[in-house]
Design a protein around this ligand. Sequence first.
Ligand code: NAP
Length: 239
Amino acid sequence: MRALTPSAGDVDLAERYAYPPGGTWLRANMVASLDGAAQREERSGGLGNPADRHLFLLLRGLADVVIVGANTVRAEGYGPVVPSEGWDGVRDGRPPVPPLAIVSRTLDLDFDAPIFTAAKARTIVLATATADPARLEAARERADVIVAGTDSLDFAAAVGELAARGHRRLLCEGGPGVLAQVVAAGLLDELCLTLSPLLIGGHPTRILNGPPVPVPPELALTHALQDDDFLFLRYARSR
Ligand SMILES: NC(=O)c1ccc[n+]([C@@H]2O[C@H](COP(=O)([O-])OP(=O)(O)OC[C@H]3O[C@@H](n4cnc5c(N)ncnc54)[C@H](OP(=O)(O)O)[C@@H]3O)[C@@H](O)[C@H]2O)c1
């Protein structure tokens, strides 16, 4: 065991969090309290700090597509992705923003909301074949729809289709329900975890909420950064 002595000076976050070159790479970005809570009062925002928010936005800037579960969209009141401070140069040669790709079975989404009508990059809906046909039609009017799986989204097929459309740098913002399935499907390459210096108690979900992962991936620590009492941990699958 050794001490991680914080060295003085700012780090270049865009360099630290650069996607590896070539191939498809799926990164998840989550925040948790010291006792493992992924929610505070039904949302994740209460767990973070300004540095976490900055990183959240930067990771969007580095990504080609942002995958997110419909519950998170509803709970956090997601709007469209907009260019942010710190994105200078990170999107050179790419569209100004990455699209959101929303995972939904019910398609209980407000297709008149800005997330669909004001998105600079057309929002993608990851849907299932047995989705309500009228809702599927409504989704197609306002979004690019990828159908993968019958009753349940086939995450591997959906990720494959996103990559085939040129979205090889994938970012998953959860929520825990979606992330558990991404991990169970063996699709996770990297976890960016913000450790928040709070003890929440109660029964909030952890960052994965699903059945036990059949083959738990072993991840290697790439770096640990610090801001105030927050830790920013980057773990990657060793290839
Ligand atoms: N700590 C963090 O970093 C963090 C990050 C994100 C979110 N959160 C928090 O987590 C909570 C939301 O997470 P959550 O786990 O409840 O929801 P979630 O993972 O965001 O979304 C779950 C939804 O995704 C769709 N879905 C999931 N699996 C599917 C499948 N196999 N096939 C088709 N659709 C599927 C369903 O949408 P439909 O219901 O539309 O069918 C389901 O209700 C919120 O409190 C949010 O604030 C925390």
